[in-house]
Design a protein around this ligand. Structure first.
Ligand SMILES: NC(=O)c1ccc[n+]([C@@H]2O[C@H](COP(=O)([O-])OP(=O)(O)OC[C@H]3O[C@@H](n4cnc5c(N)ncnc54)[C@H](O)[C@@H]3O)[C@@H](O)[C@H]2O)c1
Ligand SMILES: [Zn+2]
Ligand SMILES: [Zn+2]
Length: 361
């Protein structure tokens, strides 16, 4: 029988979110019902509320979640009821053109639940990033539920489901940061700080954190930044060069999503260095670069989608690093709130006061 639970819904563009009763079907073939324990508030939820990701209202927000599998449908082999899971917004299909080329971390046809969750009047909800986790129960494709060590605190573990994985993976998977490299991260919010943590775990010898907000630079230092640059006071390109013997960093991560910071990241690389763009631009933005510089500096200009992660491979690794005290996931949890405080959390996010507000259901 379908369940009725509470969930945080964005009904119309730019309007405050509301708590609604939602109807969650029992899991069908290949689906899993997950009892959500916690879910982080990510900027992407705000983008959904504000109409920047389409107009499929009503949206069921939330996508950075940890919970326990409540029930599974037919043909599910990866999880059983009682498993502690982090929910992923990528579940490779195994058969799209990217999966067939052996690159499932780009999967172009990621799996989601086939059945819709609805409002009481039957209106289908669009779940944020195919998850929808500011709710007591959510329905996902079973492959989206990734089993991890249940000793991890849910408030911290759930963050691996989006922001932490995106930043960590941007450094380690997309940027390929490894032992002895120099790296810089421009924009040290939740995603940038996770890139700092990832690069530092991977053995980067210099991790330069750049932000315009001194509070963010303090946080980045806690996650392993060896140097910090206040871009509101200093030119970040000059500063990064000065900190790398005048050459620039091997890998520069752009985690803001602006043309100005993209250009800084491009110029702050060493010759043949790598730029990783993880910040999401708005659709009107353009970048102008001199072609001779594109050619002359060489290297790679990459985008990182969800840290090029393979959730079933990477989530358990990050959770293990957390449990061994090597990855400070607790450091991302600025506050734990209740479902009716999501609007306040958006406001705090816009004022730069939090790395993550985490909703406990
Ligand atoms: N690629 C992906 O898969 C993926 C996944 C999640 C989030 N994101 C994107 O990553 C970006 C960062 O997300 P977040 O949650 O960390 O956001 P955030 O708002 O917490 O962090 C952005 C940071 O950039 C800083 N900043 C703003 N202007 C700057 C400037 N000119 N120079 C230097 N720093 C500046 C801010 O002070 C802030 O600390 C967003 O664009 C988000 O949409 C991408
Ligand atoms: Zn695929
Ligand atoms: Zn997110």
């Amino acid at each position: 029988m379908a369940s009725e639970v509470r969930g945080v819904v964005a009904r119309a563009k730019g309007q405050p979110v509301s708590i609604e009763t939602i109807v969650v079907p029992d899991p069908g073939s290949g689906e899993a019902l997950v009892r959500i324990k916690t879910c982080g508030v990510c900027r992407t939820d705000l983008h959904y509320r504000d109409g920047a990701i389409g107009d499929g209202y009503p949206f069921l927000l939330g996508h950075e979640a940890a919970g326990v599998v409540e029930a599974v449908g037919d043909g599910v082999a990866n999880v059983v009821p009682g498993d502690f899971v982090v929910v992923a917004w990528r579940a490779p299909c195994g058969s799209c053109r990217s999966c067939r080329r052996g690159r499932p971390w780009y999967c172009f046809d990621s799996q989601n639940a086939a059945q819709a969750m609805t409002l009481l009047d039957g209106t289908a909800l669009s779940p944020a990033l195919g998850i929808g986790a500011f709710t007591e129960l959510t329905l996902v494709a079973a492959a989206q539920a990734v089993k991890v060590d249940p000793r991890a605190r849910p408030e911290a573990a759930g963050l691996v489901g989006c922001g932490v994985m995106a930043g960590y993976g941007a450094a380690v998977n997309t940027g390929g940061v490894s032992e002895g490299d120099t790296m810089a991260v421009i924009g040290c919010g939740g995603v940038g700080c996770a890139a700092v943590a990832g690069g530092s775990l991977a053995g980067a010898r210099r991790v330069i954190a750049v932000d315009v907000d001194p509070r963010k630079l303090e946080w980045a230092a806690r996650f392993g930044a060896t140097d910090v640059v206040d871009a509101s006071a200093t030119d970040p390109v000059d500063a990064i060069r000065a900190l790398t013997d005048g050459f620039g960093a091997d890998v520069v991560i752009e985690a803001v999503g602006l043309p100005s910071t993209y250009r800084q990241a491009f110029l702050a690389r060493d010759l043949a260095g790598t730029l990783v763009q993880v910040g999401v631009p708005d659709p009107t933005m353009t970048v102008e670069l001199e072609m001779i510089e594109l050619f002359g500096r060489g290297g790679a200009l990459k985008s990182s989608w969800y840290g090029d992660c393979l959730p079933s491979r990477d989530f358990p690794v990050l959770i293990d690093a957390y449990l061994k005290g090597r990855l400070d996931l607790d450091g991302f949890v600025t506050e734990v709130i209740s479902m009716d405080q999501v609007e306040e959390a958006f406001a705090k996010m816009l004022r730069g006061e939090v790395l993550r507000s985490v909703v406990r259901m």
